[in-house]
Write a protein that binds this ligand. Sequence first.
Ligand code: ZN
Length: 175
Amino acid sequence: MGRRKIYHARLMYARPFIDSLDFARNGREISDEVQFAEMPRLLDILENPQGSFSYTMQGGKDNQGTSFLDIRVNGQCSLRCQRCLNKMSYPLRLDTRLFLRDQASLDALGDDDEEFDSILADKQLNVLDLLEEEILLSLPIAPKHELGACQVTVGENAHGQEKKPFAALAKMKRN
Ligand SMILES: [Zn+2]
């Protein structure tokens, strides 16, 4: 419930849209700071909604005249370690190029034809949706602390806590 409320409140702010081909042809650039709370699909994965990341999106054309968007993302988020289930800090670093193509040339592309991914050139490209997608693709599927950095060894925590009441009971009986 709490998360939903934050999300809806944030939606009241303008989310940037760009005409992607126009943006690329004119070599335009935008940059901003985004709260994780504005990214509903990311929130499903993050350990908590706190924090933000900064991004820069710059348009351009390569030697072949193909329009592209260069995306850089920088930030720090919290994931849940899949071994100990505790929070782990994870650095968000993205530096990627996306080619802009129409549907026909997207369909004509093979899977591994190019060094960079291509997306559909959109007259109303939702910048935050695209950033969210790229960040999701970059996150590890099963994040884990480095071996030795996990805060709990398997089973130890649960047993340690269970033993305490019995120890107290044993003392009482002796008295
Ligand atoms: Zn861990």
